[in-house]
Design a protein around this ligand. Structure first.
Ligand code: S3P
Ligand code: PEP
Length: 409
């Protein structure tokens, strides 16, 4: 629990989403790419292992947060890849593996095996891949082989944007290029914009959802700090009081989750932004908000923790799809807030949190890093808060608890 107002400047670790896109594009680009500011965490180690299995050579220097990738290889026949718990790794590697004529088996943790894959399997078949589903229909593990010729493929957008991002990234290596037609409304839109931005850095032009054939060029790519990780640090300022500046993220960011600061501003925090920094300062006033978080859903749990300390209820909408992430995040966040005596409800496409005084409790985290990081923020104001299985933060932010502690230094 913090007793002093915070006054901290911090650089969050590298973006998971940018790291995993850059690793894949580098692996598909013949030649050498150097990635800096890379996130070293379970999800990105999963992608490093997977791109190595696709035939890239990966030289990782964790101290320097740098990875050199020699791309343009091909997978060994019968390769088996483990995407661990990583949605991005698995959804991105499937279409990439389907570019090759050899057979690659893609699998992951029990948690990942429970997450949906049907839309990407179907789209890959439409592009010419063979996909064998070894588990339940629409789930991992799956064996894929190509080559995919490409052309027009259809995919849904309402379950996850990662299907679309994965297909687009494989597009430049398809004989006929790729034109994706969405069959339902797209969630997490900023992540698709991020995909096209990284592809463009690697020499590929994306027009709408159309990619011409032609392949990638290697490049030196600087990964921004992670905007979802930043949400906890900025949320800490309004919960504990004081001021937190995150460096390396700002108005020029390619990550949608920087908009979490806009939500805090609407609630009453003072926010200032430059091209490369965001500062959130508590004003002592915190109102509840009604907010659609379909574009920035990884910060919905952070908002749930902040909302406990507002002076009116907060209603989050547009996020029914987060029931299919690491856990059912709507049910999990409501269950845990209620465990602490906070009134919270599951709604049709989101949740509502009523302000209150949480009682000391041990929060369950459901093997979901974002449950652990969000609920830990409550402990900045309330003594006796315990986070069960805190190690689950290793998925995207291994140093989270140290960074949170350092905010109060
Ligand atoms: O493309 C990406 O990097 C991501 C997209 C989002 O997933 P959905 O598109 O499944 O919402 C997000 O939740 C995830 O953490 C990262
Ligand atoms: C949903 C997440 O990750 P992924 O889908 O990449 O496993 C997340 O990091 O919150």
């Amino acid at each position: 629990m913090k007793t002093q107002p915070l006054d901290a400047t911090v650089r969050p670790p590298g973006s998971k989403s940018l790291t995993n896109r850059a690793l894949l594009c580098a692996a598909l680009a013949p030649g050498t790419s150097t990635l800096t500011g890379v996130l070293f965490a379970d999800d990105t180690r999963a992608m490093m292992g997977v791109v190595a299995a696709l035939g890239a050579t990966v030289e990782a220097d964790e101290q320097r947060r740098t990875v050199v990738v020699h791309g343009g290889g091909r997978p060994a026949p019968g390769a088996v890849v483990d995407a661990r718990q990583s949605g991005t790794t698995s959804r991105f590697v499937l279409p990439a593996a389907g570019l090759f004529d050899s057979r690659t088996v893609v699998d992951g943790s029990a948690q990942l095996r429970a997450r949906p894959f049907g839309p990407v399997f179907e789209a890959m078949r439409e592009a010419g891949a063979k996909v064998e589903e070894h588990g339940a229909t629409g789930y991992l593990p799956a064996a894929v082989s190509g080559p995919m010729r490409g052309g027009v493929v259809h995919v849904s957008g309402h379950v996850s944007s990662q299907f679309l991002s994965g297909l687009l990234m494989a597009g430049p290596l398809m004989r006929d290029g790729l034109r994706v037609s969405l069959t339902s409304e797209l969630v997490s839109v900023p992540y698709v914009e991020m995909t096209t931005a990284v592809m463009e850095a690697f020499g590929v032009r994306v027009e709408g959802l159309t990619v011409a054939p032609g392949g990638y060029r290697p490049c030196d790519y600087a990964v921004e700090p992670d905007a979802s990780a930043a949400s906890y640090l900025l949320g800490a300022a309004v919960i504990a009081g004081g001021r937190v500046t995150v460096e390396g993220l700002g108005t020029g960011s390619t990550q949608g989750d920087v908009r979490f600061a806009d939500v805090l501003e609407r609630m009453g925090a003072r926010v200032s932004r430059t091209a490369t920094s965001i500062t959130v300062e508590s004003t002592g006033t915190l109102h509840g908000v009604d907010v659609d978080m379909a574009d920035i859903s990884d910060t919905a749990q952070t908002l749930a923790a902040v909302a406990v300390f507002a002076d009116s209820p907060t209603r989050v909408t547009g996020i029914d799809f987060i029931r299919r992430k690491e856990t059912d995040r709507i049910a999990a966040v409501v269950t845990e807030l209620r465990r602490a005596g906070i009134e919270a409800t599951e709604d049709e496409d989101g949740f509502t949190v009523h302000p209150g005084s949480p009682r000391p409790t041990s929060f369950h985290t459901y093997e979901d890093h974002r449950m652990a990081m969000s609920l830990a923020l409550i402990g900045l104001r309330v003594p006796g808060i315990e986070i069960l299985d805190p190690g689950c933060v290793a998925k995207t932010y291994p140093d989270f608890f140290a960074d949170l502690e350092n905010l109060g230094a």
